[in-house]
Design a protein. Structure first.
Length: 51
């Protein structure tokens, strides 16, 4: 996983936001507007075993 800290919730790209039931503003810090997001990376497929 990659972690990204955005200076303000408005800086988060819409395509990076995967929680459709929550807005970016709801999750961000109320004092500073900062938000920390962990991005998932697809797990690479393991090669088939060689028998």
């Amino acid at each position: 996983m990659t972690t990204t800290l955005y200076g303000h919730w408005r800086d988060v790209p819409k395509d990076a936001w995967r929680w459709r039931n929550f807005s970016r503003a709801e999750i961000a810090c109320r004092g500073t507007g900062k938000i920390l997001i962990r991005h998932r990376h697809p797990v690479p497929a393991q090669p088939a075993p060689r028998w």
